[in-house]
Design a protein around this ligand. Structure first.
Ligand SMILES: NC(=O)c1ccc[n+]([C@@H]2O[C@H](COP(=O)([O-])OP(=O)(O)OC[C@H]3O[C@@H](n4cnc5c(N)ncnc54)[C@H](OP(=O)(O)O)[C@@H]3O)[C@@H](O)[C@H]2O)c1
Length: 332
């Protein structure tokens, strides 16, 4: 009980919570479960963006727990390098690669078709790939790039591999989001920065798209019957990755000494994948294995109507049949 109060107080500090300080304190406060080398044996886990930073760390950890890991990324050479390393380390051939640019719907469709044809189960889909786009631009489908990569693409991938997830008991979808989303509200009238193109900021577009990702996860959970696929999001705090160094160099330099390692950043992700009981009930946001609030400032709150509007807009952009057309009227 006192542990939880201390944890909540730490959360209020933001810097204390998001840095390695938060991770170290919480690790000591709570009796975190550890997982044996066969904890995920027999399962299949898909990781997007496994070639760098957090995705690479997550792939290493999940592979070490015995899972078959489908490596989904845009660069075949890098994917092959990761798969070769894993095969050498584990002396097992359980790391298929699937090329996909998560910012391109045609690429996602082709990747999903390959996955559906090759796999007979999917225990977890980890939506990790991400980037910040300093200038506003549209991707190959005419969709603003941040929204395309961080919200529309992962939604399309999830919708397309849903039959595999639904056929696998206990399956789950886990989005890697960002604490940056706390700073931004959704702008449902201008999701793609069309009207406000001159005010575009890469960091704000990233934060809004991450808020969209979180909002969609809540809506997936609300629209899925209990006992079905589990949808949650986690954020890693601030972790020292090539992406952070490249996209936010000033922040990376300033926070350097207290940034988390990638392994610390993805500890909660691995827990959500590996612990049969983690993330229930679903539709929640986690950091350091504990549920965290969706909002830190009231103006960012998203109500049921906003969630429905976002869902419908993203279904439309993703070019997939609505995967959950009938929400539970009681809502949650
Ligand atoms: N680091 C942090 O402190 C932090 C904090 C909050 C949230 N996050 C989130 O964590 C996730 C991973 O970030 P990171 O820090 O590990 O960054 P990173 O080192 O840059 O890794 C990003 C990964 O995403 C892949 N990727 C980027 N664009 C892609 C596309 N269009 N299609 C397919 N794959 C694509 C990259 O592939 P390539 O190797 O081919 O480039 C790479 O594997 C992101 O969603 C990020 O927003 C990170």
């Amino acid at each position: 009980m006192l542990d939880d109060v201390l944890d909540d107080l730490l959360e209020l500090t933001v810097v204390g919570s998001f840095t390695r300080i938060g991770y170290a304190i919480r690790r000591r406060l709570h009796d975190w479960k550890t997982f044996g080398p066969d904890a995920l044996r027999g399962t299949t886990v898909l990781v997007t963006g496994p070639t760098s930073g957090l995705g690479r760390a997550a792939t290493d950890e999940i592979a070490a727990l015995g899972a078959r890991v489908i490596l989904v990324g845009r660069n075949v050479d890098k994917l092959t390098g990761v798969a070769d390393e894993l095969r050498e380390r584990h002396h097992e051939n359980r790391f298929p690669i699937v090329e996909a640019d998560l910012g391109s719907l045609a690429s996602i469709r082709a990747a999903a078709e390959r996955i559906l044809a090759a796999e007979d189960r999917l225990d977890a889909l980890v939506d990790n790939a991400g980037a910040i786009f300093p200038e506003r631009h549209v991707g190959p489908d005419g969709i603003e790039a941040s929204l395309a990569l961080l919200a529309v693409g992962p939604f399309a991938l999830t919708a397309r591999v849903l039959p595999l997830l639904e056929g696998t008991p206990g399956s789950r979808v886990i989005g890697v989001t960002s604490g940056g989303m706390y700073t931004q509200a959704l702008d449902l009238d201008d999701l793609q920065w069309e009207r406000s193109a001159t005010e575009y900021s890469g960091a704000k577009a990233y934060a809004r798209a991450k808020r969209a990702q979180v909002t969609l996860a809540r809506e997936w959970a609300r629209r899925t019957a209990p006992g079905g696929v589990r949808f949650n999001v986690m954020h890693p705090g601030w972790a020292d990755t090539p992406g952070l160094a490249e996209m936010l160099p000033g922040f990376h330099r300033f926070m350097g000494p207290v940034l988390r390692t990638p392994a610390e950043g993805i500890d909660t992700l691995v827990w959500l994948v590996a612990d049969p009981d983690a993330g229930l009930p679903d539709g929640r946001l986690f950091l350091d294995r504990r549920e965290r609030p969706f909002d830190r400032i009231p103006s960012t709150r998203v109500d049921a109507n906003d969630r429905r509007r976002l869902w419908e807009a993203i279904v439309d952009l993703a070019g997939v049949p609505d995967p959950r057309p009938s929400p539970d009227p009681a809502g949650r």
